[in-house]
Design a protein around this ligand. Structure first.
Ligand code: GLU
Length: 441
C-alpha cells in the first residue's frame, strides 16, 4: 500500500508532511514526494527509495514556508520506482499537483485523449492523467474541475490535490480506496488512514465514497458527487483507532498479530446487532438462493480463503465450498471466471467471495484489473458476489481480509436465522445435486 498525507494549516507544511509520511511508512513504499503551494507556484521534491532519501533532498533545498501541501509514499503499479515516477505530479501548466493512491484503470484512453489535446506526459504512471485532466477541465472553478475529472476516472483511487488557483486549500477525493480527514490545532489534514492522523488531528472522519473534501486552515467542507454540501461526522481520533505507533512492540508486524482479536471483533461488529447478523449481509431471498460458496484469493488472501472454507464447511457441510482456487491461476485461464459454468443456469447462485491482497506476492496488483473485469462479467451473469460487506462495491475494494470476512459472516451468524437459512439452503442444494451425500455434514 502507499500513502497520502496533506495539510492546510498555519505552520510550515513540509515538516508536518514529512512526519505524516513517516507514520504511513508501515504500509510499505518505494519512493516518496512532497508538493507545497509556494509564492512562486507549486514547489516539488521527489525521490526514489526510502524517506531518508527524500529528507536528504529536503535538507539540501530550501522548501517554501507555505502551510499548504501534500505528500505521498508510492508503491509502484505502473512504471518503475524512479524519481520521475514518484508523486506528486504536476499538470502541464504547473497549476495543479496531485498525489494518488490506487490505480486509474482507464488511464490509457485518458492519456490518448489528453495527448491529442496537446498534453505531454513525463512519467510512466497511470496517475499523471489526473493533474492533466484537472487542467483540461478547469474553467475558473476548482471544485467543479475536480468533480468533472473524478467522474472520468475508473478504478480505485484516493487523491490529494493542491492548486495555485486556490493556494490555501488542499482538496481530497476518494473512490473505493481509503482516505481520512481530520482537524486539530487550527489545521486540517488528509491522510490515507486514521492511524497516521494521530498526534496531528484531534477529530477525524472518513469521507463518503465519491465525495470531495476541501480543507482549509481550521475548516473542512465536504461535497457529494453532485456538488451538494454534506456534513462531516467527526469523532475523536483516538476513538477511531488512530494509533500508528509500534507501542511496546519491536515490529509493526508483531503489533498487528496481537491486534487481531480486537480488529476481528471490531470488524465483525459492523455486521451484527450484538447477537445476530444484520440483514445487510444477505436478504432471506438471497440466502435461500445460494447453492455454493466460492472463495478465491492469492498470496495470504489464498490462505485466508482456505481458513474460510473450513469455517463455512463446518456450518454448511463438507462440500459447500470445494477447492479454493488461486485467483491468479483461475483468472489467467482463458474465459475463466469466478462463477463456474456448471452452476450457471441453475436456480441457485453461488456466493462468490474474492479476496485480494494489496501487494506482496508476485505481481498481484497487476491481477486486480482482469479480476475486476471478470467480476463485472459475472455480475452481468446474475451471480451474487459479495466483498467485504460494503454493499456499494460488491467486487471492487476487496482486500486481503476479503475471504476472512466471509468466514466471519458464517461464523458470527452461527445462532442467527440467516446463517441457519444459508446452512439449510446449502445442504438442500447438495442433497439435490448429489443424493449420495444427502447425509453429509
Ligand atoms: N498507480 C500509481 C503509480 O503506480 C499509484 C501507486 C500507489 O498507490 O502508490 O504511481
Amino acid at each position: 500500500m502507499c500513502g497520502i498525507f496533506g495539510v492546510s494549516g498555519s505552520t510550515p507544511a513540509v515538516p508536518l508532511i514529512a512526519a505524516g509520511l513517516k507514520k504511513l511508512e508501515y504500509r510499505g513504499y518505494d519512493s516518496s514526494g512532497i508538493a507545497v503551494n509556494g509564492e512562486k507556484g507549486i514547489w516539488l521534491c521527489k525521490s526514489a527509495g526510502s524517506l531518508s532519501h527524500l529528507e536528504k533532498k529536503l535538507n539540501q533545498s530550501a522548501p517554501p514556508l507555505s502551510s499548504v501541501g501534500i505528500g505521498h509514499t508510492r508503491w509502484a503499479t505502473h512504471g518503475k520506482a524512479t524519481d520521475l515516477n514518484a508523486h506528486p505530479f504536476l499538470s502541464a501548466d504547473g497549476m495543479f499537483a496531485v498525489a494518488h493512491n490506487g490505480i486509474i484503470e482507464n488511464y490509457t484512453g485518458l492519456k490518448a485523449f489528453l495527448s491529442e489535446k496537446g498534453f505531454s506526459f513525463v512519467s510512466d504512471t497511470d496517475s499523471e492523467v489526473v493533474p492533466m485532466l484537472l487542467e483540461y477541465f478547469y474553467d475558473g472553478d476548482v471544485l467543479k474541475a475536480i468533480r468533472r475529472a473524478v467522474s472520468e476516472l475508473e478504478g480505485a483511487f484516493s487523491l490529494a490535490i493542491i492548486t495555485s488557483h486556490a493556494p490555501d486549500c488542499v482538496f481530497a477525493a476518494r473512490k473505493d480506496s481509503s482516505l481520512a480527514i481530520g482537524c486539530g490545532k487550527g489545521c486540517s489534514f488528509v491522510s490515507s488512514d486514521i492511524p497516521a492522523l494521530s498526534g496531528f488531528a484531534e477529530q477525524c472522519c472518513i469521507p463518503d465514497e465519491n465525495s470531495v473534501a476541501v480543507l482549509r486552515k481550521g475548516e473542512i467542507k465536504l461535497f457529494d458527487r453532485q456538488g451538494n454540501r454534506t456534513a462531516p461526522s467527526f469523532k475523536p481520533t483516538g476513538e477511531c483507532g488512530g494509533d500508528a505507533e509500534k507501542g511496546d512492540f519491536p515490529f509493526f508486524m508483531l503489533k498487528e498479530i496481537f491486534s487481531q482479536p480486537r480488529c476481528l471483533t471490531d470488524a465483525a461488529a459492523q455486521f451484527t446487532d450484538g447477537k445476530r447478523l444484520k440483514k445487510i449481509l444477505f436478504s432471506d431471498e438471497e440466502a435461500n438462493a445460494f447453492n455454493r460458496v466460492k472463495l478465491i484469493g492469492c498470496g495470504s488472501a489464498y490462505h485466508a480463503g482456505v481458513a474460510g472454507k473450513n469455517f463455512i464447511e463446518r456450518l454448511a457441510g463438507s462440500r459447500a465450498c470445494g477447492r479454493v482456487p488461486l485467483s491468479g491461476r483461475t483468472l489467467r485461464r482463458k474465459n475463466s471466471r469466478p462463477v463456474y459454468k456448471s452452476e450457471r443456469g441453475n436456480r441457485g447462485h453461488p456466493v462468490c467471495a474474492a479476496a485480494r491482497q494489496s501487494k506482496g506476492s508476485g505481481n498481484s496488483r497487476r491481477r486486480k484489473h482482469p479480476f475486476e473485469q471478470h467480476c463485472a462479467r459475472s455480475r452481468q451473469d446474475g451471480a451474487h458476489a459479495r466483498g467485504h460487506g460494503n454493499s456499494s462495491c460488491h467486487y471492487k475494494g476487496l482486500h486481503n481480509a476479503g475471504a476472512v470476512f466471509v468466514c466471519r459472516r458464517a461464523f458470527a451468524g452461527q445462532g442467527s436465522r440467516n446463517a441457519a437459512r444459508l446452512r439449510g439452503a446449502l445442504r438442500k442444494r447438495h442433497a439435490e445435486r448429489s443424493p449420495r451425500r444427502a447425509g453429509d455434514a
